[in-house]
Each structure stands twice: as structure tokens, then as C-alpha cells.
Design a protein around this ligand. Structure first.
Ligand code: UGA
Length: 440
């Protein structure tokens, strides 16, 4: 047992002091040493504390600036920003929903947001306003939505902290997930943008939804392109969908599988909607009917693809108002998610529906309708369909959606294109001049 200080503090590890003098010398040395060590220790502590407070200050500034970055439109994260979100999310009908609409400045997103708002649901949008096509069209859609008190947060669905913040502010009952990298042929030019939005973005969103309490029910946009090289017509939900013809289609198919796992593991209520070539006012400029209209008006040639053996390509073009009805009906019939905080409590619905028109029209017929409406002749370049991800035709069987959602498309292509052309001319003018005075 150690008896004295001497025994307790050997000056050198492993060495035992033998005489008193030596002990005194050692003791002084020790005290000098100890006092300088303790000073150093205190200094070290001080420096650590200083570094820690500097780092935490930095991260505070970083996190603050993340949500307080100033855009021309709003200061993300500040009190005014939160107020706009809360006001936009306010429900004005009995048993109404609070819906987060992703891709709200997009074509389908803006229409669905408006329909929900008009019937009294709370709607908050999120959109990254990327430049896949002219962002000024997205901004005009935003302006139109703002006039109906719908607020769109500028941000990416890959921003996990932003999503968490939104769910903190609003306990969303539903998510209408329409943000995506669209377009079949562009996937060859920019494949990673599809992975970013349609895979990574989807997973980020699902991760947020799974941990939310309450968990929202999710309705999201899949695509008719998942049928790929399927030849059985019309396309039914039970048909094989394991032969996608484009990366775009593959990411949408992957989305169906990914959402299935979140349904299975976490009890998220999922409804996937396979949209068939949606068109209409406020549409997407990258789509054929839109770019054809622009070129015809400008006297520029259009390229019409043709399939093997000179067969015309055909699409089951579906008018936007019909799609909106299908989206809203999907939200209305979506069962609840069963989990919370990342824990499943029971089985939740997993549904997939075709939302098409059930009457395919060939691309040359589409051009003829446009010519009639524009009272101008198109300069056509007919070329063989390049191997760029296109499929020769699409044709939806909608009986499942009819039975379970009450979905019933009512607009044929002639009527729908007439409405589109009317909007186009009001918005852009005959000479492509920009007009912003259009209301939906
Ligand atoms: O239904 C769907 O799932 C998909 O519908 C459209 O894809 P797509 O049907 O290819 O629509 P368009 O790009 O408007 O093409 C329509 C038809 O016009 C043809 N086309 C397109 C462009 C062109 O310059 N010439 C031409 O003949 C295409 O080959 C196709 O047959 C959308 O762009 C996709 O985002 C969506 O997921």
C-alpha cells in the first residue's frame, strides 16, 4: 500500500525515490512541473473551448444562412417565410387536407395545386425552378398560383433539412409528389439529372415522410413509359413492366419499386399514377405538341418521327383537366399511412393506376389538329424514329382507375388542343411575344 506522497507520485514512471534530499528536489521539480502542466492544461482547455465555440458559431451561421438565404422571391427560413407557408397551408373546408405539392411550378403541379386550393385544401408548393425548360414559364405559373394564395418554396427535394423544416411547420396530411426530371429523350443528354430528381430526390422525400408524425399519404407521378416495349394493348397495370426503353422510364419504374419498399417497411400509403402524355394550357415546352405549335407559328420545320415499316407513332394523349381529376381522386381515396416516427403499425395501401385517355392518336393526326387550330401549314420533316428511348405507341386501359377512383376522361385531343392553342396565343402571342395576363 502506498504510504506517502512519495509513494503516490513517482517522478519517473518505474523509478522509486530512495532518499529525502532526492525526494525534496524531486518534489520541487514535480510542483514546478505540475504547476506548469496544470497551466498548460488550463490553456489547452481554454483553446478547446474557444475552438468548439467558434465551430458551433460557424455551423449556426451556416445553418442559419441555409434557411435565411435571400432570393429575389423570399427569404428562406425567416419569419415572413414561415408565415407565408402557414397561410398557404390553411385549410378552408371540413376534413380538408394539407398537401405538400412537389414540382408545384411545373405543368401538372401548378394545375393540381390550384384545384386543391380552390376546393379549400391547404397547399404548400416546393420547386427548384431548374432550367430544363424556360424558367420564366415556371415563374409565371408561380405568379398565377400566388394570386390564389398558394406559396411555392424555392428548393430542391434533395434538401433534407429544408423538407424537415417544412414538415416542422406544417403537419402535412398528404404529399402530391410531382417534382421530377421529365422527358424521354433528354435522358441521353443528361442522365444524372434523372438519377438526381427521380431516384435520389424521391428517396429523400420518402425518408422525410417515413419519419414524420403524422406520416402523410403519398400520391406520385409515375409514367406510361414504364410499359416500355410492352406490346400487349391496351396497357394494364398488371402487365409486365420490366423492359423500359429509356433511362427516364427506368427511373420511373425504379420509383415504383422504391415506393413499394417504403410502403412495406414503414407503412407509408402510396399511390403511383402512370400518366399518359399529358398536354394542355401551361404545358411543357419540351413536349411535341408544344414545340410543334411554336415552330409552326414561326414558320420553322418540325420533325415527325415514324416507326418501323413507315408506321406512324401514336400516343394516348391525355388532357390536363382529366389528369387533375385523377390526381385529386387519388388523394381523396388514399388510405392513411399507418406508421409514425419511422415505425410501421400495420399494412398500408399500395396502389398503381393508369391515367390515360384510352384513345391513341398518331403524331401526324396531332399535327393536322394543330394546323387546323393555328390556320397554318406545318413544314414537316418525316424521319425514322431514332433509337433514343421512344416507344412506338401507348394505349391505356383505365378500368382500374375508373372503378376505384371514378376516373373518367372527358376531353378528346381536338378539344384539348383547341384549348391549348388558345392559351398559347394569349400567353405568347402570334409572334411569340410574351404575355403574362392569362388566368387558368
Ligand atoms: O406518357 C408519358 O409517360 C410521357 O409522356 C411524354 O413523353 P412522350 O409521349 O414521348 O411525349 P412527347 O415528347 O410530346 O412526344 C410525343 C410523340 O411525338 C413524337 N415526337 C416528338 C418530338 C419530335 O420532335 N417529333 C416527334 O415526332 C414522339 O416520338 C412521340 O411519339 C412526356 O414527355 C414524358 O415526361 C412522360 O412521362
Amino acid at each position: 500500500m502506498p504510504q506517502s506522497e512519495e509513494d503516490l507520485f513517482p517522478s519517473t514512471p518505474g523509478k522509486i525515490k530512495s532518499d529525502r534530499n532526492h525526494y525534496n528536489t524531486m518534489n520541487r521539480t514535480f510542483h514546478r512541473c505540475f504547476s506548469s502542466t496544470s497551466t498548460m492544461f488550463l490553456w489547452a482547455l481554454f483553446l478547446i473551448a474557444l475552438t468548439a465555440s467558434y465551430l458551433s458559431f460557424q455551423s449556426f451561421v451556416a445553418s442559419g444562412s441555409r434557411y435565411l438565404h435571400h432570393t429575389s422571391h423570399n427569404s428562406v427560413g425567416d419569419l415572413h417565410w414561415e408565415k407565408q407557408i402557414r397561410s398557404s397551408a390553411q385549410i378552408h373546408r371540413q376534413n380538408g387536407f394539407s398537401v405538400l405539392v412537389t414540382g408545384a411550378a411545373g405543368f401538372v403541379g401548378s394545375h393540381v395545386s390550384l384545384a386543391l386550393k380552390k376546393r379549400g385544401d391547404g397547399v404548400v408548393g416546393i420547386d427548384n425552378f431548374n432550367d430544363y425548360y424556360d424558367p420564366s414559364l415556371k415563374k409565371s405559373r408561380r405568379t398565377m398560383l400566388e394570386s390564389h394564395n398558394i406559396f411555392i418554396v424555392k428548393g430542391d427535394i434533395n434538401d433534407q433539412r429544408l423538407l424537415a423544416k417544412l414538415f416542422d411547420i406544417v403537419p402535412f396530411t398528404h404529399v402530391m409528389h410531382l417534382a421530377a426530371q421529365a422527358g424521354v429523350r433528354y435522358a441521353m443528354e443528361n442522365p444524372m439529372s434523372y438519377v438526381h430528381s427521380n431516384i435520389a430526390g424521391l428517396v429523400t422525400l420518402l425518408e422525410q415522410c417515413k419519419t414524420s408524425d403524422p406520416q402523410p399519404a403519398i400520391v406520385w407521378a409515375s409514367s406510361s413509359s414504364v410499359y416500355g416495349l410492352n406490346e400487349k394493348v391496351p396497357f394494364s397495370e398488371s402487365d409486365q413492366t420490366d423492359q423500359p426503353a429509356s433511362l427516364y422510364a427506368a427511373t420511373k419504374k425504379a420509383g415504383e419499386e422504391i415506393t413499394h419498399t417504403y410502403n412495406h417497411i414503414y407503412g407509408l400509403s402510396i399511390t403511383g399514377l402512370r400518366f399518359f402524355t399529358v398536354y394542355g394550357p401551361w404545358g411543357r415546352p419540351d413536349m411535341a405538341y408544344f414545340s410543334f405549335t411554336k415552330n409552326i407559328l414561326q414558320g420553322k420545320p418540325i420533325t415527325v418521327y415514324r416507326g418501323k415499316d413507315r408506321t406512324d407513332l401514336a400516343r394516348d394523349f391525355t388532357y390536363i383537366d382529366d389528369i387533375v381529376k385523377g390526381c385529386v381522386a387519388s388523394l381523396d381515396t388514399a388510405g392513411k399511412s399507418t406508421g409514425s416516427g419511422g415505425k410501421k403499425r400495420g399494412a398500408a395501401p399500395y396502389r398503381i393506376y393508369n391515367l390515360g385517355n384510352t384513345s391513341p392518336v398518331t403524331v401526324p393526326a396531332l399535327v393536322r389538329i394543330l394546323e387546323k387550330n393555328l390556320k397554318m401549314k406545318a413544314k414537316k420533316n418525316v424521319v425514322e424514329m431514332p433509337g433514343n428511348g421512344d416507344v412506338p405507341f401507348t394505349h391505356a386501359n383505365i378500368s382500374l382507375a375508373q372503378m376505384e377512383l371514378g376516373y373518367k376522361p372527358t376531353t378528346d385531343l381536338s378539344t384539348g388542343l383547341r384549348k391549348f392553342v388558345k392559351w398559347y396565343l394569349t400567353y405568347y402571342g402570334y409572334n411569340q411575344g410574351k404575355g403574362n395576363s392569362v388566368n387558368l
